[in-house]
Design a protein around this ligand. Sequence first.
Ligand code: AR6
Ligand code: MG
Length: 319
Amino acid sequence: MNPEKLKDKFIGCMLGTHVGDALGMPVEGYDCKTIEVKYGELREMLDARMGVGTYTDDTEMMIGIAESLVECKGFNGRDMADRFVKLHDPERGYGVGTVRALSLIKEGIDWNLAGERVFGGGSFGNGSSMRIAPIGAFYYDNPDDLRKIACESSNITHAHIFGKEGAALQAFAVAEAINSDPSEELDKQSFISDLIKFVSVDGKLYKAKLKHIKELLKCGPDKAEVINRLGNDSSAPNSVLTAIYSFISHIHDFEDSVSYAVSLGGDTDTIGAMTGAISGAYHGKSGIPQRWLDVLENGERGRDYIEMLADKLYELKIN
Ligand code: AR6
Ligand code: MG
């Protein structure tokens, strides 16, 4: 692939996470109908919580993953866990399971053992899938390593098999989007078939829902049908597939895909973030609307910092 295009895609999946997170955050927890009545199609960043364009735990934890990969020149679980703890800002709205895992790590429990203690056997929340974009990018050309590292990174906070499988599938969707050329017509059915092949024997639920996506693509369903079949809550099995569908059903336009994802309601910041990661990996930063990039928070660890991290990750990958 053309190096400039590849770099654009590395940056796109990480800024895409930030954009989707920031677009979805103000309507988190709203249902689909309420969003439609209040905002119609949500295409502008609203002012809420910490301000217009600010991110939540999704992007904060993604920054932790990217920093760790760059600093350690690859995966280092101890370092990644410590970064999650160091970056944790309670104002950003973390899930209860993740807060529990991070406090166990802070207390000195081994980084590889804390996750299992959450919810007695591990969380299957979408918290380890929402942050995974840098792993999808860094291992975009090696599905075996991608699966292994996605699962190990998930294990820090989300040790349940559905948590790990969700993280691996979301990372693989990012990787496949990087590998696809947006100037050529994408075969949507075979894109989903490749994801089905990637899912492990433990991920039957994910395989079944990917098959639903194949059917939904044929009939152009209404939003209620999509929510009913794929879900829109904060568990990984009820949100990763929703993001994949939002991307693939609006493949030609980054803005359409993320706006659609958020319009489904429920866990809007995270479904927006995961859709933004895949769509940003496909179209690159150049496919993200400038008016959205312009309003992203840009402090010490904001938009420019995320782009710089993506750039470093790309340099590490190609050298
Ligand atoms: N048993 C029962 N419920 C579970 C289990 C389980 N083993 N695992 C997860 N849940 P959590 P996250 C449910 O708390 O994944 C933020 O707003 C349970 O209802 O581990 O980091 C982000 O932006 C639990 O509260 O946190 C995302 O939107 C929920 O899944 C979201 O939270 C989430 O799992 C990510 O949360
Ligand atoms: Mg969030």
